[in-house]
Design a protein around this ligand. Structure first.
Ligand code: PLP
Length: 379
């Protein structure tokens, strides 16, 4: 179907670490990693081994049974997040569907979400996505969501005892890596607690070490009620999860929600291996260190097109002085570098968490050349 716009990308046939190759044998440095998915890079031996072993042992059972990898992953996610209960699914949008159903179970009608947010493409997740152009062709969608400007004042004005949940991303990845204002998350936690509102944090893009913390909310010293996960936790194997803290974990009742594939042994064994390797190799620390190297390198470029650098760790947004992000990303691709135009004027980077200093230096070299494509516009 025509749901994806034609792309200049060739057919990719192979990957290794932060490199991929197309069908003509051309090599690319992958600074997008399947949009924040390939946490260990491509064809990492730990990933390959986990998939192979589990496929040869027990790939899928129904949710009438439990499996050892599933129980292990639930315990691991509880330990890493500090949460109490876990629901497994297969993607980010499904995690947000589950979050919406948890919110509905409070019996309260309103859901607060943020302008420019992105939570997924299925109709429940879409209904809480703050991009009118994505929502409007499919309306009427689920009633209840309201979209707020991302200011503490707007939140203070809107929240009340009839609100079921406040849903937000700690960094708006799809909008071009937009940071929340200073103090927003802490104030959001205070206000939601005061009014008995669920604080639902979408860490689908920011989670699993990408921001230089296991989860971005941890940098703020707060505890949410619900965290949604996907993308990086499977390192390329499709999996999503919802982690609930405290009483929020009791809202869904038996029979309220389910999925055939969610939490199957193949997906959960792979996620265990990926998260285990992130822990073993301290890739969270590496995300922080390499993120700093990227930021220092970008600052040293002093290119007139760069207006700002946003995000944390290895989720990086680069603001441009005009709507040239597509031109820069296209030129970068021609030079052998994969980056993403997340908005007309913003480039997004989300490389594997395994990248090293050489990868960063190569990126900086290629990116500065790609930026030259904007020189005519910026002078
Ligand atoms: N939420 C956020 C913050 C995302 O970045 C995405 C995907 O980009 C989603 C939800 C939807 O995830 P999926 O594409 O796995 O359905």
């Amino acid at each position: 179907m025509f749901s994806y716009a034609p792309t200049p990308l060739k057919v990719l046939v192979r990957g290794e670490g932060a490199r991929v190759w197309d069908a003509d044998g051309v090599e690319y440095l992958d600074f997008l990693a399947g949009i924040a998915v390939n946490a260990l890079g491509h064809a990492h031996p730990v990933f390959v081994d986990a998939v192979s072993r589990q496929a040869a042992t027990l790939a899928h059972i129904s949710n009438y049974f439990a499996s050892e990898p599933q129980l292990e992953l639930a315990e691991r996610l509880k330990r890493l997040t500090g949460g109490d209960r876990v629901f497994f699914c297969n993607s980010g949008t499904e995690a947000m569907e589950a979050a919406v159903k948890v919110a509905r179970r409070t019996g309260r009608p309103r859901i607060l979400a943020l302008e420019k947010s992105f939570h997924g493409r299925t109709t429940g997740a879409l209904a809480i996505t703050g991009k009118p152009t994505l929502r409007e062709p499919f309306e009427p969608l689920m009633p209840g969501p309201e979209f707020l400007p991302t200011t503490i004042e707007a939140l203070e004005g809107a929240i009340g005892p009839d609100v079921a949940a406040l849903v937000l991303e700690p960094i708006k990845g799809e909008a071009g890596v937009l940071d929340l204002p200073e103090g927003y998350l802490v104030r959001a936690r205070e206000l939601t607690t005061e009014h008995g509102v669920l604080l639902i944090i979408d860490e689908i893009q920011t989670g699993a070490g990408r921001t230089g913390e296991w989860f971005a909310f941890q940098a703020e010293g707060i505890t949410p009620d619900i965290v949604a996960l996907a993308k990086g936790i499977g390192g390329g194997f499709p999996i999503g999860a919802l982690v609930a803290f405290g009483a929020a974990g009791d809202l869904l009742k038996p029979g309220d929600h389910g999925t055939t594939f969610g939490g199957n042994p193949l997906a959960t064994a792979t996620a265990n291996a990926v998260l285990g390797e992130i822990e073993r190799a301290d890739l969270v620390g590496n995300a922080r260190a390499m993120g700093e190297r990227i930021r220092a390198g970008l600052a040293a470029l002093t290119h007139p097109s760069i207006t700002d650098v946003s995000g944390r760790g290895l989720l990086v947004g680069i603001g441009l002085a005009g709507p040239w992000a597509n031109a820069v990303a296209t030129r970068a691709l021609e030079l052998g570098l994969i980056v993403n135009a997340a908005a007309d004027d913003r480039i997004r980077l989300a490389p594997p968490l395994t990248i090293d200093a050489d990868d960063v230096d190569r990126f900086l070299d290629l990116f500065s050349k790609a930026l030259a494509a904007t020189e005519g516009h910026s002078s």
